[in-house]
Write a protein that binds this ligand. Structure first.
Ligand code: ADP
Ligand code: MG
Length: 253
């Protein structure tokens, strides 16, 4: 049995005021084991970022229980990182290190990700800013990385090389990952399990191929890929055999 590194039990959150409130998370149960890579997918506004913030300890649920392994180093990359008052990319990336971490990791990562350490963060392009933010969270070699759309704003080549970088880190260091992505292929490539969110609910979680082959409902089916949906009516059920009448294809068994 691998250790549980983060667990949410019945995590629930409503935001807003009496006039307009949003049920952002609805009774979320999610358990992440050491070394796992979990991809979080779902439409915009479904609660992915809020879920990540709660897992990272940067936001609180109104009810439910959150467990974080007490000795695990956690790093979180928010969807829109802020460089604060740091004057250089290197100073910003160094600010992610903990006591005893090796500053050479920053030098290595900046070079590896094609960044100049003495650049002013204010002058970075969108893609460079993303990479600088990644360097900052990767440098301390955390036990768990929570990444909110880490590849957004990267071009295809960089996306692929960054994906490989993350997968290398996972296999070399056994890092646990929780990654929000908009990109099905990315989730399929990187994640051991995929969690599909819809309107604050975690509607399905499982290996990407299972989600793809056996979606629990239409939302998941439509969300995970290029699919054909046949509208139909169940005509009969006999053991494992279901007959469905469809206007387009007749009886399908
Ligand atoms: P996602 O990352 O999946 O796009 P978010 O977690 O950012 O979704 O947001 C989920 C829902 O919560 C959205 O409807 C959003 O408008 C709402 N929301 C997020 N933050 C707040 C807030 N501080 N106050 C009120 N509503 C919020
Ligand atoms: Mg988000």
């Amino acid at each position: 049995m691998r250790n549980t590194i983060i667990e949410l039990k019945s995590a629930d959150l409503t935001l807003g005021n009496a006039a307009a409130s949003v049920h952002v998370l609805r009774s979320i149960d999610l358990k992440i084991a050491e070394g796992e890579a979990v991809g979080i997918v779902g439409p915009s506004g479904s609660g992915k970022s809020t879920l990540m913030k709660i897992a990272a300890g940067l936001a609180e649920a109104q009810s439910g229980e959150i467990f974080r392994h007490p000795s695990a180093t956690i790093r979180y990359l928010e969807q829109a990182p802020d460089f604060g008052a740091h004057k250089t990319v290197e100073a910003y990336a160094m600010s992610g290190l903990g006591p005893g971490d090796d500053p050479y990791r920053v030098t290595y990562l900046l070079e590896h990700l094609g960044l100049k350490g003495d650049e002013n963060p204010a002058n970075l392009s969108g893609g460079e800013a993303r990479r600088a933010a990644l360097a900052r969270v990767l440098a301390p070699e955390p036990d768990i990385l929570l990444l909110d759309e880490p590849m957004a704003a990267l071009d295809r080549k960089l996306r692929e090389s960054t994906q490989f970088e993350l997968m290398d880190i996972q296999s070399e260091l056994g890092t646990t990952f929780m990654v929000v992505t908009h990109d099905q292929d990315e989730a399929m490539t990187m994640a051991d399990r995929m969690a599909v969110m819809d309107h604050g609910r975690l509607v399905q979680i499982g290996p990407p191929d299972v989600i793809y082959e056996a979606p629990v409902n239409r939302h998941v089916a439509e969300f995970v890929g290029d699919i054909n949906i046949l509208e139909g009516r169940v005509e009969s059920v006999e053991g494992d055999l279901v007959s469905v009448a469809t206007p387009l294809a007749g009886i399908v068994e």
